[in-house]
Design a protein around this ligand. Structure first.
Ligand SMILES: Nc1nc2c(ncn2[C@@H]2O[C@H](COP(=O)(O)OP(=O)(O)OP(=O)(O)O)[C@@H](O)[C@H]2O)c(=O)[nH]1
Ligand SMILES: [Mg+2]
Length: 477
């Protein structure tokens, strides 16, 4: 696959708006001729020239630095011209218009990166990491994106693909022999190889899943009865008075969303209306919306007023949750929770709830965390801030693990889908080999697993997939 460099493309590569410098980027066969027209100079590749930028009627549009890169030694692998002008949207627009008149066309979103991929300068996972680096909102996410851009993630995938190809050759060699003719040792070697690959995929998947949290963030809903301090907790977590806090029960009606970071982990924190039976139509609507958020959240912080609810068990504090979210009977059912410990353990894993016992300053208690098999109970005061650090550390460890983010992979959903598919196929290949001695089917599973992994780096892709990936980039990338 190669890009069609006969079509020369142009776009402003710097963000819209005013700034010190604005860069116009051109890629394709006409780049050199365009450079000559705009600067009235013959640019030696990879040298910087201070120059005026002219239009077709020889008016000077701006002045700045011009650099010409000759393909394939350029970002896209084609001839590339960069004009570093002043960051004036109007001046940049005039330069782009002149270049369009010289025969270039406007670049589509992500087309520079797409050309770099098609010309083999970077693989697909690296191209995606450019977008991830640009979109990163935390230092950790930016660092992981740079690791992927440098090819660390791609190397892991390519290593797996090489191992799969090697194994497939061995399995295919066995197809032509009868079962008795195949050496036991050879079979056990193949099985071991499958096991190793399976474990490697598993480990990459697990670091990808944790890394994905850094890309996408998790959603945390703060729920509970009115007046327990939900909005106060939101405000303390995000460090500003985002939500209205009053002593009146039923203050919050609308859903309020704030984006925060805990040690580099992005979180969407959502404050909701207090849950209670009410005749008030506005509050009813707020409560309906609150339940919708509760059902969709990754995590729930159930806030409880410690001065009113000394219990720590969710069945006693929030029986409605069981009915609404877990299809379990509430604690008023004939089975008391204390007599059914097994049911307790299994039902709550459907949704992750952390109980926050608030207002410890009024209850005269100290900050504390109690860990249960179903989750944790954290005692804090949203008002004084005591115990908030316990909650932060707990959330960070729960959602991302206790290790540093260094070894994680900033994976995208499509990477994880491909890894999961490959994982299942390797499991099936192992079954074909061990249970049925079906070498042909085993080889086919290995082949499909190899194809799934090749989708990540882009060795095996469809035009639709490429279109979908690059269309999400901005113009100029
Ligand atoms: N002493 C003390 N008061 C608190 C604490 N947290 C909240 N409050 C007070 O409790 C009252 C209700 O707080 P909010 O944060 O508005 O409670 P809410 O759960 O959002 O209430 P609704 O929006 O009505 O559902 C306010 O007067 C807060 O100042 C706390 O930790 N200690
Ligand atoms: Mg509130």
């Amino acid at each position: 696959m190669k890009s069609d460099s006969s079509e020369t493309i142009v776009a402003v590569a710097t963000p819209p708006g005013r700034g010190g410098v604005g860069i116009v980027r051109v890629s394709g066969a006409q780049s050199q001729a365009i450079a000559k027209s705009i600067t009235k100079k013959t640019l030696k590749p990879r040298y910087t020239y201070f120059s005026s930028f002219y239009n077709e009627t020889d008016d000077v549009l701006d002045q700045g630095i011009a650099v010409f890169f000759n393909g394939p030694q350029s970002f896209t692998g084609e001839d590339v011209l960069e004009l570093h002008a002043h960051g004036s949207p109007v001046a940049l627009d005039r330069i782009v218009k002149s270049i369009l008149k010289l025969g270039a066309r406007m670049a589509r979103p992500g087309e520079f990166s797409e050309r770099a991929f098609l010309n083999g300068k970077i693989d697909l996972a690296q191209a995606e990491s450019i977008a991830d680096l640009i979109d990163a909102t935390t230092e950790e996410a930016a660092q992981l994106a740079v690791h992927s851009l440098q090819g660390e993630f791609s190397e892991k995938i390519k290593g797996l693909i090489r191992a799969l190809i090697e194994l497939r050759v061995r399995v295919e060699a066995a197809i032509d022999f009868s079962e008795e003719e195949i050496d036991e040792f050879e079979i056990s070697e193949m099985r071991n190889a499958l096991k190793t690959i399976f474990e490697n995929i598993h480990s990459i998947l697990s670091t990808s899943k944790r890394g994905a949290v850094l890309r996408e963030g998790k959603s945390i809903v703060i729920a509970g009865e009115p007046n327990v301090g939900k909005s106060s907790l939101l405000n303390s977590l995000c460090g500003k008075e985002a939500a209205i806090v009053t002593a009146v029960a039923g203050t919050t009606r609308d859903i309020l969303r704030e984006y925060i970071h805990i040690e580099g982990m992005p979180l969407h924190v959502i404050d909701t209306a207090g849950l209670q039976s009410t005749e008030n139509a506005i509050e009813q609507e707020g409560i309906k919306r609150a339940w919708k958020e509760i059902k969709e959240a990754d995590e729930i912080l159930l806030v409880v007023d410690e001065t009113k609810h000394p219990e720590n068990e969710i069945q006693k504090i929030w029986p409605e949750y069981l009915v609404n979210c877990c299809n379990q009977p509430s604690s008023s059912s004939p089975q008391p929770s204390s007599s059914s410990p097994r049911r307790r353990g299994s039902s709550f894993h459907q949704k992750s709830i952390t109980i926050v016992k608030n207002k410890i300053d009024l209850a005269g208690k100290s900050a504390e965390m109690i860990q249960h098999e179903d989750g944790a109970v954290i005692f804090l005061s949203a008002k004084t801030g005591e115990g908030l650090d316990l909650l932060r550390v707990y959330l960070k460890n729960k959602l991302m693990g206790t290790e540093t983010s260094g070894g994680l992979i900033l994976a995208r959903r499509r990477h994880m889908d491909a890894l999961e598919r490959a994982h299942r196929l390797i499991q099936s290949a192992e079954k074909q080999l061990s249970d049925h001695a079906a070498y042909e089917l085993c080889a086919e599973d290995i082949h499909q697993a190899q194809k799934a992994l090749s989708e990540i780096t882009g060795e095996f892709t469809t035009d639709d997939l490429l279109g979908e990936i690059f269309s999400k980039f901005c113009i100029g990338k």
